[in-house]
Design a binder for this molecule. Structure first.
Ligand code: COA
Length: 174
């Protein structure tokens, strides 16, 4: 039976267990544009498999959220990676919202964000935070449009082959 965390008009968010994260690799491979902007190279061959290992070591079980966004035919159209109650209770941190290139530009990212915000709210979330790399103009426009406000610049930090300044942005769920 497929477990569902939340749903939008187009997608079902299905939790991905830590042992199964390799199922996301084809999506990462198809999103070379994003990986070039963030890391200066395509996704690494084992990048999806490594997602659980890249979480902060202090997390309790269940704090790491990873969802496959599946379309009506069960095709992999996107993913959402986040941490609940990190770094503080009630603060939820979105690591990556990534849609397959052909799924973008139809308001579906906004629908996912809105459904995830509802999911966070009913589970005690008070604030969403995201960190956007300096040269991700599309991403920054997206987070601004869906109600995020700049909080703080951090870095430059080493990400793959790049040294990125990163803008932390927040949205209150109040
Ligand atoms: C960022 C991302 C998730 C946004 O998702 P999305 O579904 O494409 O976002 P939207 O459809 O809401 O907005 C994208 C564009 O489509 C337009 N759009 C929104 N609704 C639309 C609709 N119903 N029909 C046509 N266009 C629409 C928006 O105006 C926007 O254009 P603009 O940025 O030039 O103003 C997606 O682009 C993505 O996966 N990017 C790569 C990964 C990334 O950068 N993630 C963020 C960093 S964590």
């Amino acid at each position: 039976m497929t477990r569902t965390a939340f749903q939008t008009a187009d997608f079902t968010a299905v939790p991905v267990d830590d042992n199964d994260t390799h199922v996301l690799q084809p999506l990462l491979d198809r999103c070379e544009d994003y990986h070039q902007i963030a890391y200066g190279r395509p996704a690494l061959p084992d990048q999806a498999r490594n997602i659980p290992r890249e979480r902060p070591p202090t997390l309790a079980p269940g704090q790491g959220h990873l969802f496959a966004l599946r379309d009506a035919q069960s095709g992999l159209a996107g993913m959402l990676e986040a941490l609940r109650d990190f770094p503080a209770p009630g603060e939820w941190y979105i690591g990556l919202l990534l849609l397959a290139p052909e799924a973008r530009g139809h308001g579906r990212g906004e629908a996912v964000l809105s459904a995830y915000a509802d999911y966070a709210r009913v589970n005690g979330g008070r604030l969403l935070r995201v960190a956007v790399v300096e040269h991700n103009d599309v991403g920054r426009r997206f987070w601004t449009r869906v109600g995020f406000q700049p909080e703080q610049w951090v870095g430059p930090i080493e990400q793959g082959l790049r040294m990125n300044r990163v803008l932390k942005m927040t949205k209150s769920l109040g």
